[in-house]
Design a protein around this ligand. Sequence first.
Ligand code: SF4
Length: 349
Amino acid sequence: MSDAALTNSLETWFKANARDLPWRLDHRIPYCALVSEFMLQQTQVARVLEKYQPFLDRFPTVEALAQAHEDEVLAAWAGLGYYRRARMLHACAQAIVEHHDGTVPDSAQSLQNLPGIGRYTAGAIASLVFGQREPIVDGNITRVLLRVHNKPEPQTDNHTIKWSWRRAGELVKSATNPAIFNEAMMELGATICTPKNIQCPQCPIRSHCQSFEAGTTESIPLPKPRAKQKPMYCASIVSIQNRSVLVEQRPVSGMWASMYQVPTIERDDRQPTPEEITTDLSVDADTIKPTGTFTHITTHRIVEFAVYRADSIEMGPNQAYRTLDSLDQIALSNAQRKVLAVAGLIEPL
Ligand code: SF4
């Protein structure tokens, strides 16, 4: 069957079945699309749903975001993870104000010249907001394309990704409406042509799908061996004075860059010893009490946390007491929220 028949089936299905997501209503507003596209990179829709509107309430325009302090942006981003995206979105807003008079550019090429915008996000904004015939390819779309063409390949291989962009580009040219087609591809990958529990009986392009015909849907794409996550060990000290907790800011680069934490030391090969904790964190050994442990898993690390309470700690130059009520105004990683939960200061995540 032709590409036009495939795109037509998909667009018709999407118009009748699209999930009601708030950023879809806002798609005609370029700034809203910019925010939602940054948030949706590597984060699940359910988590973005919690953060999207509060972020827009706090930074309603590209100018408001550009003028904000980075700490405010990171705090509003807290809970979404991958904080580099928040810094990039902030830098992107500043570049739009500086180089485009505060107007989000409409071409994929201009968009790609902005900080934090790669080919996918540029294609998404150019097509969804401005109706350009630009393709988009992410993991969901690559998986759909590999299955439609019965190609048993790992979806992260470079040549597979290249092929997917080419194929998506051909299809979007055949679409009646490039915005609807691109969203439909994403929706199909997210809700029907999922990694597991594939819903082929509900699929609008089943009659175009070669892997469905061949009975090979479950084995496509081929799995890619996961890189092993490295261990990391952290000791965190929770020190409270007058309903305030001692916090410090992490370095501007590396893991959890610029995020806030309670005083913490870390090792790659073992838990810090009691002597290291008392010396490195200037804490009185007699007042330190083990409070709990937990494991925090990130994409690249398995982090074992040991949490302590301490009554007497010498405050360092980069540290300050913050009231418990003001903790949601600073950028705390999920790991540090767990530390505070283990210490009984906030509700568990
Ligand atoms: S028929 Fe099944 S495998 Fe093929 S595109 Fe549809 S959901 Fe995916």
